[in-house]
Design a protein around this ligand. Structure first.
Ligand code: UD1
Length: 342
C-alpha cells in the first residue's frame, strides 16, 4: 500500500527519474531523492512538485560514492524500497571514459547495495537497458536472449545485473526487479517535465525537437544501408510516462517473489529513423530537414522488445503511441526552449 510508503529514488532529477517521482507522488508514495545533478538540475524537481501538487519528502545533493552521506539518508528515513536510476548513460562517452562508467555505474550500485543492506532495506528496482542485448541476431528480443554488450555503458549495466543476481543468490531476503528499457522518449503531457540534454543532444528524439525548433539545422540520419525495411536504424521507442508507470507497478510486484527478475520495458513496436522523422513532422507541423550520412560507430540495426513477459507477470503494457511520444516531446521543447530555468 502506498500510503506512508517511502521510496528512495536515486537520480530522481534525471529524465526518467523525474517522471517516476511524479508517478509515485501521484499514487500516494512518499519520495526521497538522491541526485548529484551531474546531468540534471534542481529545476526538474521544482517541476515535479508543481505537477504532483507536493514536493518529494526530501532531496539530497549527493553522489552514491559518498558512503557516509548515503548512510545518513537511510538513517533519516524509513526507506521501504529503492529505485536506482543514478548512472551515466551516454554510449559514445562511455567508449572514451570506460573507467568513469564502471566506477559510477557499477561502483555506485555496489555502494547503494551496501547502504541498503546495512539498513535492512531489501527491495530494489534497477534501471537496466536494452543495450545489454547488443548486436541482436533477431528481434523482438526476449529476456532469455543472450547478452552481447558492445560498449562500456552497456557492459556496465550488464555487470550491475550480474552483481545483483549473484547478491540475490546469497542474500535470499533481497528482491530485485531489473527493468531493461528500450528507447525512452517523450515528456510529461503538461509540457513542464521532459528531457534536457546538456549541449548538443546525442539521442535522436531531443535532436529532432531542436531541429524542429530551428536551433539545429538538420538531422543527420546515421546510416541508410541497414538490413531494415527502409535502411535506417529501427528502435522500440517507449513513452517516458509508460516507463515511469512501469516502475510504480514494479514496486507493487517486488514482493511477488524473492531474488532477481529481469523484464523488458518496451512496446514491441519497431520504428525506423525515417518513420520517426515523419511522425515528428506530423506532431510539430513543420518539415524536418535531414540527410542520410554514414552509420554511427557502435550502432546496431534493430532493437525491439518482446514485451510479453511483463504483460504476463503484471498484466501491464505500455499504452502510449508514437504520436503521443512526438507530441509530448515537441510540447516540452516549445515551452522550454532552454530547458529548466537556472
Ligand atoms: C542508446 C543505447 C541505449 C541508451 C540510449 C540513451 C545502445 C544500443 N542503445 O540508444 O541503451 O539507453 O542510447 O542514451 O547502446 N540517430 C540518428 N541521428 C541522430 C541520433 C540518432 O539517425 O542524430 C539514430 C541512431 O542511429 C539510432 C536511432 O536514431 O538508429 C536511435 O538513436 P539514439 O536516440 O541515440 O538511441 P540508441 O543509440 O538506440
Amino acid at each position: 500500500m502506498p500510503g506512508g510508503t517511502t521510496v528512495l529514488v536515486t537520480g530522481g532529477a534525471g529524465f526518467i527519474g523525474s517522471h517516476t517521482c511524479v508517478e509515485l507522488l501521484d499514487h500516494g508514495y512518499d519520495v526521497v531523492v538522491v541526485d548529484d545533478y551531474s546531468n540534471s538540475s534542481p529545476g526538474a524537481l521544482e517541476r515535479v512538485a508543481k505537477i504532483a501538487g507536493r514536493p518529494p519528502a526530501a532531496v539530497y545533493e549527493i553522489g552514491l560514492h559518498d558512503r557516509r552521506a548515503l548512510s545518513r539518508v537511510f538513517d533519516e528515513h524509513a526507506i521501504d524500497a529503492v529505485i536506482h536510476f543514478a548512472a551515466k548513460k551516454a554510449v559514445g562517452e562511455s567508449v572514451d571514459l570506460p573507467i568513469t562508467y564502471y566506477d559510477t555505474n557499477v561502483g555506485g550500485t555496489t555502494a547503494l547495495l551496501r547502504a541498503m543492506h546495512d539498513h535492512g532495506v531489501h527491495r530494489l528496482v534497477f534501471s537496466s537497458s536494452c543495450s545489454i542485448y547488443g548486436n541482436a541476431a533477431r528481434v523482438p528480443l526476449t529476456e532469455a536472449d543472450p547478452a552481447d554488450p558492445t560498449n562500456p555503458y552497456a557492459t556496465s549495466k550488464w555487470l550491475c545485473e550480474q552483481v545483483l543476481a549473484d547478491t540475490c543468490r546469497y542474500l535470499p531476503e533481497l528482491s530485485v526487479l531489473s527493468l531493461r528499457y528500450f528507447n525512452p522518449v517523450g515528456a510529461h503531457p503538461s509540457g513542464l517535465l521532459g528531457e534536457v540534454p546538456r549541449g548538443t543532444p546525442g539521442n535522436v528524439m531531443p535532436y529532432l525537437a531542436q531541429v524542429a525548433a530551428g536551433r539545429l539545422p538538420q538531422l543527420r540520419v546515421f546510416g541508410g544501408d541497414y538490413p531494415t525495411a527502409d535502411g535506417t536504424g529501427v528502435r522500440d521507442y517507449v513513452h517516458v510516462m509508460d516507463v515511469a508507470e512501469g516502475h510504480r507497478v514494479a514496486l507493487e510486484h517486488l514482493d511477488d517473489e524473492h531474488g532477481m527478475r529481469v523484464l523488458n520495458l518496451g512496446t514491441g513496436q519497431g520504428t525506423s529513423v525515417l518513420e520517426l522523422v515523419a511522425a515528428f513532422q506530423r506532431a510539430c507541423g513543420t518539415p524536418i530537414p535531414y540527410e542520410i550520412t554514414d552509420r554511427r560507430p557502435g550502432d546496431v540495426p534493430a532493437l525491439v522488445a518482446d514485451p510479453s513477459a511483463v504483460a504476463r507477470a503484471w498484466n501491464w503494457t505500455a499504452t502510449r503511441d508514437l504520436t503521443a511520444m512526438c507530441e509530448d516531446a515537441w510540447r516540452f521543447q516549445e515551452l522550454n526552449p532552454s530547458g529548466y530555468p537556472a
